[in-house]
Ligand binder design. Structure first.
Ligand code: AKG
Length: 192
């Protein structure tokens, strides 16, 4: 499975607020997304040296207009991830993590983003760890397989930090999950 945690209690807290849908997109769809985001990313350089950034070893871009296949993927993401009628952030966030890159624990801005974060993972498997803000000895790991969609909602988004583990620390339930270059395509809604 894709969910593993430090205790049954913590799992029962997050269950219902986290979801991973494996193979949410096909290889053909992954390719289409990759081609489309690559043009925006190619112009950027990977950032490594901002020690205070939440993200290490990354470049990023945003995209508002998508081709037909990508638009239909994003429509599917919106349909499963967001409450009906929930206003969404227009531009889609694209984050390209280098093989050495990782995301440190953080909570997304409550000022700019709403209740739900939904992300597609391209090119590599990875492990997302979420940790309760008020009890840092607990943890829950999500196995984000390549081409999966993850969704963090409500408490999992507001009361837990989330992070993407670096390659050396990338284990799920004791099993190594090699972290290659990974691109995420992230949809968010707006705060109410
Ligand atoms: C964020 O943008 O807040 C993330 O943590 C992105 C996670 C991801 O790359 O899927």
């Amino acid at each position: 499975k894709w969910l593993h945690g430090s205790s049954q209690e913590i799992l029962s807290v997050v269950r219902g607020h986290v979801e991973v849908r494996q193979n949410f997109i096909s290889e053909e769809e992954e390719n289409a997304l990759f081609k489309e985001v690559e043009t925006g990313l190619r112009k950027k350089r990977y950032e490594f040296d901002h020690w205070d950034d939440a993200i290490h070893g990354y470049r990023e871009t945003e995209r508002l207009q998508w081709g037909v296949m990508c638009e239909s993927i994003l429509r599917r993401v919106r349909a499963v991830a967001f409450p009906e009628g929930s206003p969404l952030l227009g531009p889609i966030h694209v984050l390209d993590l280098d093989k050495e890159g990782y995301i440190k624990p953080h909570i997304d801005s409550v000022k700019f983003c709403g209740s739900t974060i939904a992300g597609l993972s391209l090119l590599s498997d990875s492990v997302m760890r979420i940790v309760p803000e008020n009890k840092s000895t607990d943890w829950v790991d999500l196995l984000l397989s390549r081409r999966s969609l993850y969704i963090l909602r409500d408490d999992a988004r507001f009361k837990f930090t989330h992070e993407i583990l670096k390659d050396e620390e990338s284990f799920f339930s004791g099993q190594k999950v090699p972290r290659h270059r990974r691109i995420s395509v992230i949809c968010r809604n707006l705060p109410v």
